[in-house]
Design a binder for this molecule. Structure first.
Ligand SMILES: [Zn+2]
Length: 291
């Protein structure tokens, strides 16, 4: 099925018997931020009883009450008689899951609403559950594609997920698609594989990887094969060059048109070919240590 422009389809995964635990969604979504607060003054003389250490030692009572801008969230169920629609409704709680997933994506890519990088002003996200081929894709609506997004999720796909994985898988797909609502694209010139890799890197970091993902398969292909293949490579870069590396890449995709050589050497200091070779070398060396 041809997709409209600006869409980002997800490939149909192959499912294996479920091995992962149930939906790990916890109640910590509303924590304002886990990053240190720049400019925060540590209490140094807080050893004696009665000292006011608690007020500034934990972030809860810090003056910052800033929150990420919340998009208007909408849900369309296009066919209530469809099996997948019923399964969707019985597997997740959209009014809880959608804001939580938005929050996860915002924190993964931007850390903090004002002290991190420049977050796109996405004003609305509409999740449309409908019978269609494929898994899901994200698009911008014609009138204002930058600020108003639609995520189309296939109810047929939802019906095909093994019952014990439904909540986890639906959440994983939604997180992936929400990344497309909040990421930059190098002024339209970033490789699709990098865009999909960042989306699955966030999904990976959210502990929502499906059981068919296999770290190590990607070294046989190209760095921008996309999806989990590129996601594992991005995690390697994050581990090697420090937390925030993928956020810097996303920021680089905001500030200038993607041009491969200057992009990678400018942000990481090495060309992509060298980084990919290093990764493959490290991954093949590590093979013996993993079961
Ligand atoms: Zn995608």
């Amino acid at each position: 099925m041809p997709l409209p422009p600006n869409t980002t389809p997800v490939p149909l995964p192959i499912f294996f018997p479920a091995m992962s635990p149930a939906d790990p969604t916890s109640t910590q979504a509303s924590a304002p931020t886990s990053t240190p607060l720049p400019g925060h003054i540590e209490e140094k003389e807080a050893r004696g009883p009665g000292d006011k250490i608690a007020s500034s030692a934990n972030g809860d009572s810090s003056p910052s009450t800033e929150e990420f801008p919340q998009p208007h969230l909408r849900l369309h169920l296009n066919d209530l008689t469809d099996d997948g629609t019923s399964i969707f409704l019985s597997s997740i709680s959209p009014s809880t899951l959608l804001p939580y997933a938005v929050s996860r994506v915002q924190k993964a890519l931007y850390v903090h609403p004002t002290r991190g990088y420049h977050i796109p002003s996405t004003r609305s996200v509409t999740l449309i559950v409908r019978p269609m081929n494929g898994v899901a894709y994200t698009t911008g609506i014609d009138l204002d594609p930058e600020q108003h997004k639609e995520i189309h999720l296939s109810s047929r796909y939802v019906a095909s997920i093994s019952p014990d994985r439904r909540g986890h898988e639906i959440e994983g797909v939604i997180v992936h698609e929400l990344v497309h609502c909040y990421q930059y694209n190098g002024h339209g010139h970033a490789p699709g594989g990098l865009m999909e890799g960042i989306a699955d890197w966030v999904r990976l970091g959210a502990d929502l990887a499906p059981p068919h993902w296999r770290k190590g398969d990607e070294i046989k292909g190209k760095w921008d094969a996309g999806y989990q293949h590129t996601a594992y490579f991005l995690q390697y870069l994050e581990d090697r060059f420090g937390e925030g590396t993928v956020r810097r890449l996303n920021e680089g995709l905001r500030t200038s048109k993607y041009e491969e050589k200057s992009f990678w050497t400018g942000i990481i200091g090495r060309p992509i070919e060298q980084l990919w070779d290093d990764y493959k070398e490290q991954a093949s060396e590590g093979e013996g240590g993993e079961s």
